[in-house]
Write a protein that binds this ligand. Structure first.
Ligand code: R1P
Ligand code: URA
Length: 292
């Protein structure tokens, strides 16, 4: 029996578009670029030869077009893993659910998703301007714990090693982190040899969860020192951002290929930041467009 999705579970707008994104099924390309900032969508699409659709709702702006003959959709997600839950479920529904019958389609359609973002660097080899590809992501957000199959797709020994190293238990900095791999095939094709391959912490906030202390003290004042010192089977934690774990995790559970690449805009070790990064990120955008 095919799975049926009632209107309360999969909300479809009157014009046939999906609830939050306002995208119609026929507008979705197989290759998808995700960016956090809605303003970055126009930057990506400025390289397209043509645009076939452009739609905007809340923080979700979407353009589908063609780059060197490749059909690509670019979508903004806003900030945070909660938005990735919305974007990934709605993109997967557009690809794999028939919006007329509300049933799962017979043939699975696999999407290729690349997130282009900004991040904070944590190691001497991640100065401002570095492009860091998240080979593994450590999710501080707890999102994947709500889905069946989480244990089958996560790197459980890595999770245990990290939790032991941090010494967190009970409510301390909960929920417990989950560790998830990006698509190896995508990483090899897009990172090649000119991007740093690293382990990214996707934090549930920009300040406390990333060890930034303004007026309110942190639960674990040694958090970032411990994160920077952590090593497991040759892996070191390279950077902080806020979406890569949910993207990699939901893609694994749904059967899509996904990866995240971010440009470092702040180095936490040497306490340096660059807010004038718009031109440099365009170099990263062009590289990803050529390789996707
Ligand atoms: C925080 O400033 C935001 O920047 C990073 C983080 O993941 C978070 O979304 O990514 P984006 O530049 O893609 O938004
Ligand atoms: N994005 C983040 O999430 N953290 C940083 O430090 C910089 C960008």
């Amino acid at each position: 029996m095919k799975k049926y999705f009632p209107s309360s579970e999969l909300i479809i707008n009157e014009d046939g578009s999906v609830f939050h994104l306002h995208v119609k099924p026929e507008w979705l390309a197989d290759k998808v670029i995700l960016v956090g900032d809605p303003g970055r969508v126009a930057l990506v699409a400025s390289h397209f030869e043509n645009k076939e659709c452009e739609v905007e709702s809340r923080e979700f702006k979407t353009i589908t077009g063609t780059y060197k003959g490749k059909r690509i959709t670019v979508v903004s997600t806003g900030i945070g893993c909660d938005n990735i839950d919305i974007v990934m479920n709605e993109l997967d529904a557009l690809a794999n659910i028939d919006f007329n019958t509300r049933e799962e389609k017979d043939d699975f359609r696999q999407l290729e998703l690349v997130r282009i973002g900004t991040c904070g660097g944590l190691q001497p080899n991640t100065p401002v301007g570095t492009f860091v590809c998240s080979q593994k992501s450590i999710g501080f957000d707890g999102l994947l714990n709500f889905y069946a199959g989480r244990n089958e797709v996560c790197d459980l020994p890595f999770e245990r090693a990290f939790l032991n190293h941090m010494g967190w238990s009970g409510n301390m900095c909960a929920p417990a982190p989950y560790v998830i791999d990006a698509s190896e095939e995508l990483i090899d094709r897009i990172a090649k040899d000119d991007m740093v391959r690293g382990v990214t912490i996707a934090a549930g906030g920009f300040f406390g969860p990333q060890g930034r202390e303004l007026r309110v003290p942190l639960a674990d004042p040694k958090q970032n020192d411990k994160i920077e010192a952590f090593e497991y089977k040759g892996f070191r934690i390279t950077n902080f951002e806020m979406e890569s774990s949910a993207l990699a995790g939901l893609s694994r559970l749904m059967g899509h290929k996904a990866m995240t690449v971010c440009m470092v805009i702040a180095n936490r070790l040497i306490k340096e930041a660059n807010t004038g990064y718009k031109n440099t990120i365009d170099t990263l955008i062009k590289t990803v467009l050529d390789r996707i």
